[in-house]
Design a protein around this ligand. Structure first.
Ligand code: GUN
Ligand code: FE
Length: 460
C-alpha cells in the first residue's frame, strides 16, 4: 500500500538547517508512489500536461493563505497512557509510575478490547495533530504490542513500536521474567516485520527494543537486548536522567557504574540507534559519552514541566554535537501535539536562560525556527530516518501537513497576499512569513492542521 501519484501546488516551508526556515512559495511538488519526485517553481511548470494537480496556496473558502510543512516526528510517546492525560496531581516520576501508570498499562496488557480503543485514540489524536512518524512504547505484553503495530499500519502512521521490558524491581502484578522478555522481543522482531511486509514494500512500522529504564531491567536482560539490537539491526529506546530520585536509585542498583549513562553503555544499550528520553541532569562526562556513541535525545518539555522533572539544557546538548528531537511523553506530558511540545520547549529554554548569566543565558534560548527543526529534521536524525523524512527534498517520502491559520491566530495577517510570482522585496517578504510561522508556533493547534499525508496518503 503506497500513496498514489499526484502534484501539489503550494507554499512549502521546512527547516533543513537548525534555526533557518526554507521557504518555497508557489512551488509544485510532484509526488510519485508516495515519494517526492520533483520540486519546481510553478512558473516553470507545464500544468497542462498534468492531471491530478491540486492547488493548496489559499483556502478555497476564505481565500486566506495556507502553507505546507513536513509532518512532525514524536520520538517518545506511551500509547497505553492516553486515558491518563492530565492526571498526575502533584506526583513526581516514581510515585506517578506506581500510582497512575503501571495499573493502567497492566490493564491494557490483557484487556485487548480496551487496548484497541485506547491505541486507536492515540494514533488518531497524534495524526490529527500532524505527527506522521512516532516512536511508541506499548505495554509489557506481546499481544498488546502487536495490536499497536497493526493499528499503526492500518491507520497509516509511520511508527516504531516497542514492548516495554521490566523484569526486576517492578510491581509483582506488572513484571516479567528474563526469558519471557527475551523470547517476546525475538518474536516481535519477526512478527512486526512480517506484518509490515504485508502492507509496505519498505520499512514503515518497525520494532524497537524498549527496556523501560535501568531501575527495572536486570543486567542480563540489558545485555541480551543489546545483543538482539545488534544482531537484527533494531533500534533501542529508553529513559535517562529524568529525576534526581531516579538517578539515586540507579546509582544504588549499579554501584559498579560511573554514572547513569554508563549503565546503558556498559550493558550494551548505548548505540547510534538508541533514543534517550529526557537527559535532564546529565554530567559533562555523560553528555560526552552520548556524543561519542552517537545516541539521540528526545526532549520532552511538557512532561518535564508537568511531573516536575527539571529543565533539559538543549543548547548545551546541541553544542556538543548531540542530535536532539521532541517527544510528547504522553501521559507524563498532557498534550499529544508536537506543536505544543515545541512551544513548551521554547519556554523551557528560556527558563534555562533565566538561570544563567545574561550573556550566556541569551544563548540558551531556542527560537521558533529551532524548535520546529527539533520537531521535524531533528526527529528524523534521532530515528536515523534523515534520508526518508523531515524535510521536502527529492527522494524523501511525502509526509506533510497543510496548515491554515484560522481565527484563533490573527486574521489581520491574511490581508497580505503572497505574490504569485516575483517578490519585490525579499527581506520584507521573509519577515512576513516569519510572523506567520511564529503565530502558528505560539497559537496553533490541531484546528490549523487541515490535511495530513503520510507516504503520500491522506490520513486526515
Ligand atoms: N520512566 C520510566 N517509565 C516512564 C514512563 O512511563 N514515563 C516517563 N516519563 N518516565 C518513565
Ligand atoms: Fe516516557
Amino acid at each position: 500500500m503506497n500513496g498514489s501519484s499526484f502534484c501539489i501546488k503550494g507554499h512549502f516551508v521546512d527547516t533543513p538547517v537548525l534555526g533557518k526556515v526554507r521557504l518555497r512559495t508557489n512551488h509544485i511538488l510532484v509526488i510519485e508512489d508516495g515519494k517526492i519526485k520533483d520540486i519546481v517553481e510553478s512558473k516553470n511548470f507545464d500544468t497542462s500536461s498534468r492531471k491530478n494537480l491540486i492547488d493548496y496556496t489559499t483556502n478555497p473558502n476564505t481565500n486566506e493563505i495556507q502553507f505546507i510543512f513536513p509532518g512532525f516526528v514524536d520520538t517518545h510517546c506511551h500509547a497505553p497512557q492516553f486515558p491518563n492525560i492530565g492526571i498526575f496531581g502533584n506526583t513526581t516520576l516514581l510515585d506517578w509510575l506506581n500510582k497512575y501508570t503501571f495499573p493502567l498499562e497492566h490493564e491494557l496488557t490483557f484487556n485487548m478490547d480496551k487496548a484497541e480503543l485506547v491505541y486507536k485514540n492515540a494514533i488518531n489524536r497524534t495524526l490529527s495533530n500532524g505527527t506522521t512518524t512516532i516512536a511508541y512504547y506499548a505495554t509489557i505484553g506481546k499481544r498488546s504490542t502487536e495490536l499497536l503495530a497493526k493499528l499503526c499500519l492500518k491507520m497509516g502512521q509511520r511508527a516504531f513500536v516497542g514492548k516495554v521490558c521490566m523484569d526486576v524491581n517492578a510491581p509483582e502484578y506488572y513484571s516479567e521474567t528474563h526469558s519471557e522478555c527475551i523470547q517476546d522481543n525475538k518474536d516481535l522482531i519477526v512478527s512486526i516485520r512480517d506484518m509490515n511486509r504485508k502492507y509496505h514494500k519498505d520499512k514503515f512500522v518497525e520494532p524497537i527494543i524498549t527496556p523501560r529504564f535501568a531501575p527495572v531491567v536486570s543486567k542480563e536482560t540489558m545485555k541480551c537486548l543489546g545483543d538482539l539490537s545488534a544482531l537484527h539491526d533494531v533500534p533501542i529506546q529508553t529513559h535517562l536522567s529524568e529525576t534526581f530520585n531516579e538517578i539515586d536509585l540507579v546509582m544504588k542498583t549499579f554501584p559498579e557504574c560511573d554514572n547513569y549513562t554508563d549503565v546503558y553503555n556498559r550493558y550494551g544499550l548505548l548505540t547510534n540507534k538508541t533514543v534517550l528520553a529526557h537527559c535532564i541532569h546529565l554530567s559533562e562526562e555523560e553528555a560526552s559519552l552520548i556524543n561519542e556513541k552517537k545516541a539521540g535525545v528526545s526532549h520532552c518539555p511538557v512532561s518535564n514541566s508537568s511531573i516536575t522533572s527539571g529543565e533539559c539544557r538543549v543548547r548545551w546538548l546541541l553544542e556538543k554535537g548531540i542530535n536532539v528531537s521532541l517527544g510528547t511523553d504522553m501521559s507524563g506530558g498532557y498534550s499529544p501535539s508536537i506543536l505544543k511540545t515545541a512551544r513548551q520547549g521554547l519556554l523551557v529554554s528560556r527558563h534555562v536562560a533565566m538561570k544563567t548569566s545574561d550573556e550566556v543565558g541569551d544563548k540558551d534560548k531556542l527560537s521558533t525556527n529551532e524548535v520546529l527543526y527539533l520537531a521535524t529534521k531533528g526527529g528524523a536524525e534521532v530515528l536515523n530516518l534523515e534520508d526518508k523524512i523531515g524535510t521536502f527534498d527529492i527522494g524523501k517520502a511525502f509526509d506533510a501537513q497543510l496548515i491554515h491559520l484560522g481565527n484563533n491566530t490573527n486574521v489581520d495577517l491574511f490581508e497580505w497576499q503572497v505574490p504569485s510570482e516575483n517578490v519585490d522585496n525579499e527581506d520584507v517578504f521573509m519577515d512576513k512569513w516569519q510572523d506567520v510561522i511564529d503565530k502558528w508556533v505560539f497559537l496553533g493547534d490541531d484546528r490549523e492542521t487541515r490535511h495530513v499525508w503520510v507516504d503520500g496518503l491522506r490520513v486526515k
